[in-house]
Design a protein around this ligand. Structure first.
Ligand code: DX5
Ligand code: ZN
Length: 224
């Protein structure tokens, strides 16, 4: 069943890292802040790690949604749940025991999310979907903000939404990468209900206005 509301989760990857607290306040009307953790192993980029995420959790006016683009997720992800984050998303390609890990995240009080790189199919994971609160379909190769949206991910979003409906699952379907005023409606029509936007929000003169506009676009497209 479709979740009642579309969520806009801006990514602070495109924010000013020296002024994170102010940057968080600029998106106070968003549903959650999306924090991209990269380790220069799973992806060829390096951002921030647990100590910074713990501080973000302490000062953020809105829930924190961590996206872990890190190797050996089984080992490192549980500590992010311990930090009190609303949701922790690991990449299935970086996890050895994704079912065990999802259960651990939930047991530590976080919503459990699992991300799929563009070339990773959802179908092999059908049986474990009930273990998850959120599935993240990457619409760019993970690693960098500001990339072009991959249109060829739309059928995968559609198929995943159909699987969620068919099995009566209660879970969010998040899209991340190249989501903007130009692409968000297509994502919503295909069945996504949580939208990560980095450059489209922090590249705008007024990030809060960009959040509001994206939410309205998504909501009208979801309703179709
Ligand atoms: C990319 C990150 C995204 C990124 C999105 O690997 O996971 O969250 O910040 O940035 P935009 O919206 O600019 O594509
Ligand atoms: Zn992300």
């Amino acid at each position: 069943m479709t979740s009642p509301q579309c969520c806009i989760n801006p990514s602070i990857l495109s924010a000013d890292f020296v002024s994170l607290r102010t940057e968080l306040e600029r998106i106070g009307n968003a549903d959650a802040v999306h924090v991209d953790v990269m380790d220069n192993h799973f992806v060829p980029n390096l951002t921030l790690g647990l100590p910074v995420v713990q501080r973000i959790q302490q000062v953020s006016p809105i829930p924190v949604d961590a996206h872990l683009m890190i190797a050996d997720a089984d080992r490192w992800a549980p500590a992010y749940a311990d930090a009190g984050l609303a949701s922790v998303t690991f990449h299935v390609e970086a996890a050895t025991a994704p079912i065990k890990l999802a259960r651990e995240l939930r047991a530590r009080g976080a919503k459990a999310g699992m991300a799929l790189r563009p070339a990773t199919a959802v179908e092999p994971y059908l049986d474990m979907l009930p273990e998850l609160d959120m599935l993240l379909i990457m619409t760019v190769e993970p690693g960098f903000g500001g990339q072009s949206f991959l249109d060829i991910m739309l059928p995968k979003i559609r198929r995943t939404r159909a699987l969620i409906e068919r099995h009566g699952l209660q879970m969010w379907l998040q899209v991340d990468g190249g989501v903007s005023a130009e692409t968000i409606e297509r994502c919503a029509e295909a069945g996504a209900d949580v939208f990560v936007a980095g450059s489209a929000v922090y590249g705008a003169d007024d990030p809060a206005a960009a959040v509001k506009a994206l939410r309205e676009q998504a909501a009208s497209a979801c309703a179709h």
